[in-house]
Ligand binder design. Sequence first.
Ligand code: TYD
Ligand code: MG
Length: 469
Amino acid sequence: MGTRATIFLPIQRQTALFVNKTRVLYVCDACGGRSLKWAGQCPDCDAWNTLVETRLPDRSSPRQTAKLADGNSVHSLAELEGRSEPRFGTGLGELDRVLGGGLVSGSVTLIGGDPGIGKSTLLLQAAASLSASRPVLYISGEESLEQVGLRARRLGVGERPLQLAAETCVERMLEIADKFKPAVLVVDSIQTMFTEILQSAPGAVAQLRESTGLLVRFAKHSGTAIFLVGHVTKEGAIAGPRVLEHMVDTVLYFENDAGSRYRVIRAVKNRFGAANELGVFAMTESGLKEVKNPSAIFLSRHATPVSGSAVTVIREGSRPMLIEVQALVDESHLANPRRVAVGLDPNRLSMLLAVLHRHGGVAMFDRDVFVNVVGGLRVNETAADLPILLAALSSFRDRPLPNDLVLFGEVGLAGEIRPVYNGEERLREAAKHGFKRAIVPKGNTSRKGGVDGIQITQVNRLQEALDAI
Ligand code: TYD
Ligand code: MG
């Protein structure tokens, strides 16, 4: 196609824009990409027939200007020193924990999770609890008000002064919010919302992006804290473009192990606190209950020691947690033996088995190796290296590790065991749960003699760890 056309078109558009005060753009329904002219294929994501003609208000109109702070004034860092974001509790300690210690005024939090996992339940409980102290508005685009009311009664919060509305148009929603001036606004879910600016259906990427944009702007200039519920795709990401995650302040994922009644809420992005923070809930007949001591639920205490099981302490966010790693090593009848890792990175498992072969002299190339983290947790920490290795070895030799042993440590390619951070805190958590022995990297305990009630073996090399058990 000639470049001449592409040079001329924008100029024509600009003249039109000057007259109408609106811009005509073609917005892709799949990726949200914008083009000045229509094409059969989106120039950004290469999808076919996804460009939709859209009239957007002119960017220079004041309604569309994002205002993050008062005017265009400039401040020195020192001036801002004393200003801290006001936080308030949601009534659910585990939710406050993942939010970084409470909800921040003017923040926008996106909560993603599979259907039926309990997003609406969680937010209804939090909203009802918050409504005791401040105005809270719950907007449902998915369920009727009767359904929400029934659920609230079942959760035992039917008497709370929570305000509800069933609405799917963002402009009308903001009108209601303008009148009611809530301190907290819950939008369930962002995929059912649409803005009148765009013609595409709710849930389309362009709609998600514009609707979220309007809500973010509202939150920033009104100081309302907003919760958005987001659906996830089959791949487990929040439906819509990644841009949704960029626009909001905090992204939380609500997850669980299939069939388990425990729910884990995880911060993957947080502008007001630590990412990777975990909160744990149990789903009961009367809603979600906080699990204050999650270590207890991720351990399957065996009456007698079993082979292939190792207990470790991971640290998610700001708290240590005991978990069990299980391995099964079995004779393989396949040309390429299987390496299956559930809750762990499979590449890491292959790497660890290679280290075990090279530096420990144990070959598993003719074995299938399965590794699983109990309780449906996902472990991304390198502290789980040593327990994974020793669980695999224990299954391979069919020799159980002691019941009261806890392990952690990163394993390097040279066969060295490297320290992990917050070692003492992990050991204290293990001691609290009755573990008597620990194998940890050298340098993970202070010279003062470690932690009361737990006998610590420090190791520097893989071979030393193998000798120690
Ligand atoms: P819900 O909050 O509707 O999920 P989401 O909004 O994420 O789609 O949760 C619905 C599930 O939770 C449903 O399968 C029933 C269960 N549940 C309970 O077990 N106990 C309860 O008190 C409530 C309200 C729901
Ligand atoms: Mg729901």
